[in-house]
Design a protein around this ligand. Structure first.
Ligand code: TLP
Length: 343
């Protein structure tokens, strides 16, 4: 099966499993897991921040960032198709008590002008804007890389209004691999950054929340416990993360090459609408014009021929390349797409 549903489906490699088996562990609630501590120090240093907190998922990292930097009754600015809006089960409202102010970006990218317009005036009628959240790369936007110059402009607006910034950097390393910019080039503009080890980096579990603000990380640590994310001998998982960061960052470029190739193959199919030039990293989003079949039927027909993808609403579909997908499988997937989508 050629599984293109997500880069979350990757399996730990033999090297990674060995690193996990060898990991020194302790009770992380006491701060005594040496491998978790090593991972946290490593990631903080990578982003030139002071602290990092290991958490089970990207969703939790985002939600801790929101909860730790806002007060219930505030509003946060988010892009309308961001993960926080679409895929976190309304957690920001349910758990942090904040309201979401959606801004519709271009393939997930907001402009500084849009963000400025979304900031509420500082008057007794208006709800205070507590946080600005960006996503890089942007998942539903099609793996879009946030241009650094746009981030700088948004940061300058945020500074003028004294509003903190959070980066959902679940796939920040894809942006790093694609641009060859150092992670600090992005991270420097944010008060908090979340980073996932279990997407393209290929670890089975784990994310980090990173910040230079001790008060924010200490609040996040309390809420991590409240949300049920404080783990014990988590070094087994952290070891996989360390291995992933040491071995799987530069190889992300291969996934990007595969995604571009897949986009070019899809472009040749008459029923497919895709802007192949917009495929910047490992995510390929495309539409299929088919009056006869529902998206579920199309997904099932592809599965029957050996390709798994996700229908993501309307006529849109998402295919994601990753560690367990080879160049040969991309060719095969192209042939299967052509067969199923032309029939
Ligand atoms: N994204 C998953 C699904 O939840 C949609 C995927 O298959 O792409 N931020 C971004 C930008 C993400 O894409 C994801 C996962 C997360 C956060 C959440 O990570 P987890 O799944 O670890 O909670």
């Amino acid at each position: 099966m050629i599984d293109l549903r997500s880069d979350t489906v990757t399996m730990p490699t033999d090297g990674m499993r060995k690193a996990m088996a060898r990991a020194e562990v302790g009770d992380d609630v006491y701060g005594e897991d040496p491998t978790v501590n090593r991972l946290q120090d490593m990631v903080a240093a990578m982003l030139s921040k002071r602290y990092a907190l290991f958490v089970p998922s990207g969703t939790m990292a985002n939600q801790l960032a929101v909860r730790a930097q806002t007060q219930p009754g505030q509003e946060i600015i988010v892009e309308s198709t961001s993960h926080i809006v679409r895929y976190e089960q309304g957690a920001a409202g349910a758990l942090a008590g904040v309201q979401l102010h959606w801004v519709s970006g271009e393939r997930g990218i907001m402009t500084a002008e849009q963000v400025e317009c979304a900031i509420r005036p500082n008057d007794p009628h208006s709800i205070p804007t507590g946080l600005i959240c960006l996503e890089n790369t942007h998942n539903a936007g099609g793996g879009t890389i946030y241009p650094l110059s746009t981030i700088e402009k948004i940061k300058s607006v945020a500074n003028q209004h004294g509003i903190p910034m959070h980066l959902d950097g679940a796939r920040l390393m894809n942006a790093v691999a694609a641009t060859t910019l150092p992670p600090t080039a992005y991270a420097q503009h944010f008060d908090t950054v979340s980073l996932c080890l279990s997407k393209g980096l290929g670890a089975p579990v784990g994310s980090l929340l990173i910040s230079s603000r001790q008060d924010v990380i200490e609040r996040a640590r309390r809420f991590r416990r409240m949300y049920g994310g404080a783990m014990r001998q988590a070094g087994v998982l952290a070891a996989a993360g360390i291995y992933a960061l040491e071995h799987h960052v530069t190889r992300l470029q291969e996934d990007h090459t595969h995604a571009k190739k897949l986009a070019r193959l899809l472009q040749q199919i008459p029923s497919v609408r895709i802007s192949a030039q917009h495929v910047e990293t490992n995510i390929v989003i495309f539409e299929v014009i088919d009056q006869r079949r529902t998206p579920q039927e199309i997904v099932a027909a592809l599965k029957q021929q050996g390709v798994l993808i996700n229908a993501i609403g309307g006529r849109s579909y998402r295919a994601v390349t990753h560690l367990n997908i080879s160049a040969k499988q991309i060719e095969e997937a192209g042939t299967i797409f052509a067969r199923v989508l032309t029939s």
